[in-house]
Write a protein that binds this ligand. Structure first.
Ligand code: FAD
Length: 310
């Protein structure tokens, strides 16, 4: 057996999702290598080499790999795939773009959103918006998987893998990087945040979301939202949490003006403590909340912010 983990990074920092994916890979077996592909990303390769349990870091460096375009990244993975029995990536926007391409080209199934590794060919993954867990046994010669980073603790950083430079694949030319809109609020990423303040349709407007931002700034929290809030245009769609949004696992999650539809709850199941604020005492969110405040968010959120300030 030989396992490859695809690193996620921004050319300067390795994302924590990589270390979580290594944990899943090590539960499957060993040896585990990491593929770092990017541009001028030596620091990332060094950081990946420190993840314990990793034997080798394969480092491919080229301008065409700078922006993580799935077309080029998949080609790079395929260039080394024949040496591996398992290929793991985090089930993030990056991994979800690259790995279906890799699986299709290898003519194997993609096992997506793995939350438990039961053996080297058997894995658990949520289905029906997390309301059931499927156990999947794969007979494919190469297992191509994405894993939910929130389901695995990050592997520690006391390793010393060797770094091996590999030739970058030529640019496929199938996609061209145009631009990237980067969030400049300075708030933490939803994926890494230990506190999240999320708002729903009940928040009512873009202006009202400001109440949640003040609370989030007070707590050093990330802002999240339900799909209804995104569809209403209150916030950008990259803040959507749930089945078709981001899966989060903060220590503390505020669900404010969110009813608690199963598709939303599917994204917050791993939150340690959920606080719900809703004016409807029968809102389903109270069934999953650890603490519930029944009342108007326009009164309760400023009160909470004031209490935290004092
Ligand atoms: P609503 O259901 O309208 O709830 C608003 C809540 O705010 C109500 O409970 C109300 O009592 C409360 N409220 C109103 N005013 C106030 C006030 N002044 N003070 C306090 N409380 C107030 N949804 C997601 O969130 N994420 C997903 O990823 C997602 N994926 C989906 C995928 C599919 C295939 C489908 C079919 C649906 C998906 N949805 C998703 C949509 C989901 O079904 C719900 O429609 C959505 O989550 C509802 O959002 P909401 O709770 O903000 O709005």
């Amino acid at each position: 057996m030989s396992i490859l983990v695809i690193a996620e990074h921004d050319n300067s920092e390795l994302k924590i999702s990589t270390a979580c994916t290594v944990t899943a890979a090590l539960q499957c077996g060993s040896p585990v290598d990491i593929l770092v592909m990017g541009y001028q990303c030596e620091a990332v390769a060094k950081s990946a080499a420190q993840i314990s349990g990793v034997i080798r870091v394969l480092h491919a460096d080229a301008p065409s790999l700078q922006y993580g375009l799935a077309e080029n990244a998949a080609e790079q993975v395929l260039s080394v795939a024949s040496s591996y029995t398992h290929i793991f990536a985090p089930a993030t926007t990056f991994g979800k773009g690259v790995m279906p391409r890799v699986a299709a080209r290898l003519d194997v199934e993609l096992i997506s959103e793995v939350i438990r590794v039961l053996s080297n060919d058997t894995f658990s993954r949520p289905v029906y918006a997390g309301n059931a867990i499927a156990t999947v046994k794969s007979a494919d010669p190469v297992k191509v998987l994405t894993v939910r980073p929130t389901a695995f603790a990050a592997e520690t950083r006391d390793g010393g893998a060797i770094i091996e430079n590999i030739p970058p694949v030529p640019d496929t030319g199938k996609a061209v990087y145009v631009s990237r809109d980067v969030d400049k609020t300075g708030r933490p990423d939803l994926a890494d945040a230990s506190v999240i303040v999320a708002g729903g349709q009940g928040v009512g407007s873009v202006d009202n979301f400001r109440l949640l931002e003040v609370l989030a700034d007070q707590l050093g929290a990330a802002i999240g939202a339900s799909r209804a809030a995104v569809d209403a245009g209150y916030v950008k769609n990259d803040l959507q949490i749930g089945q078709t949004g981001k899966i989060v696992a903060p220590e503390l999650y505020f669900a404010i003006g969110i009813s608690g539809a199963i598709q939303h709850v599917a994204g917050i199941k791993d939150a340690k403590t959920i606080v719900a604020i809703n004016q409807d005492p029968d809102a389903p969110i109270f069934l999953v909340a650890d603490y519930g405040l029944v009342g108007d968010l326009h009164e309760l959120v400023p009160q909470l912010t004031d209490l935290l300030q004092s």
